[in-house]
Design a binder for this molecule. Structure first.
Ligand code: PRT
Length: 213
């Protein structure tokens, strides 16, 4: 059996459907049995690994997967120095700071000495450092928007897309830290054979993306 390129995609969640859709649009048919963690393409030398989005950067760094479709925000947060080959135009969002809506927010100095809740401590820390701010960061893995309401934090740093979750929790967005979309990343040490397969895939992906614009 010839060599296959291993691609990681999200097992379930916001990225999964569009990730599989773009592969399909590239003409790749995947044997997509329910609850499989691994699947093969019928007509392209590709093996699909279904993993958690937040674990994907580590798997690509370790070479368990050769390439992946993953949220750019996670690539930045996990700091694995992965190469982003192509932005894919879906799952767009931003990592932003928000405070209770009645706060008289005048600028980022507001955050100095404050307690901030986030699931993105590295990205937040980098932003605070660049702005010479010293804050108390509370890392929580979900429902970050509730933190100010329950007295855990004075502000939050979380992903925003429509803004409705912030609104529902009585918060307002005040600073944007980074913007993100789904992207294709690669392990820099893949073999020449895998590189050749990747070039073929990338050519198809770029054609699909160009046709959409
Ligand atoms: O479990 P796993 O590790 O696979 O996934 P995950 O925990 O990363 O969760 P998932 O599936 O929710 O998100 C996957 C990726 O989708 C994220 O890493 C982002 O790259 C992207 N994405 C795009 C988003 C959003 N938009 C988004 N709005 N991820 C999360 N949200 C959440 C946000 O955290 C907040 O709670 O949605 C809420 C805000 O949405 P709005 O529309 O109310 O502003």
């Amino acid at each position: 059996m010839g060599e296959k390129l291993k691609i990681a995609v999200q097992k379930s969640g916001r990225l999964q459907e569009e990730s599989l859709k773009i592969l399909k649009e590239c003409g790749i048919s995947i044997d997509n049995g329910k609850d499989q963690l691994k699947a093969n393409a019928f007509n392209f030398p590709l093996e699909v690994l279904y993993l958690r989005n937040s674990d994907i950067p580590q798997y690509v760094k370790d070479g368990v997967a050769d390439i992946a479709i993953v949220g750019e925000n996670v690539v930045i947060e996990k700091q694995k120095k992965l190469e982003i080959l192509q932005k894919l135009g879906f799952s767009k969002c931003r990592l932003a700071m928000a405070v209770p809506k009645d706060v008289d927010y005048q600028g980022i100095e507001y955050f100095n000495g404050k307690r901030l809740a986030t699931s993105y401590p590295n990205s937040l820390q980098q932003f605070l450092k660049a702005n010479n701010l010293d804050c108390d960061i509370h890392v929580i893995s979900g429902s970050v928007e509730i933190a100010p309401n329950i007295g855990l934090a004075d502000g939050i740093c979380d992903l925003v897309s429509s803004g409705s979750t912030l609104f529902k929790n009585g918060l307002k967005e005040v600073e944007e830290i980074l913007v993100s979309e789904a992207c294709l990343v690669v392990n820099k040490n893949i073999s020449d054979l895998k590189k050749a397969i990747l070039d073929r895939l990338l050519f198809r992906m770029r054609s699909v993306l160009a046709a959409k614009n």
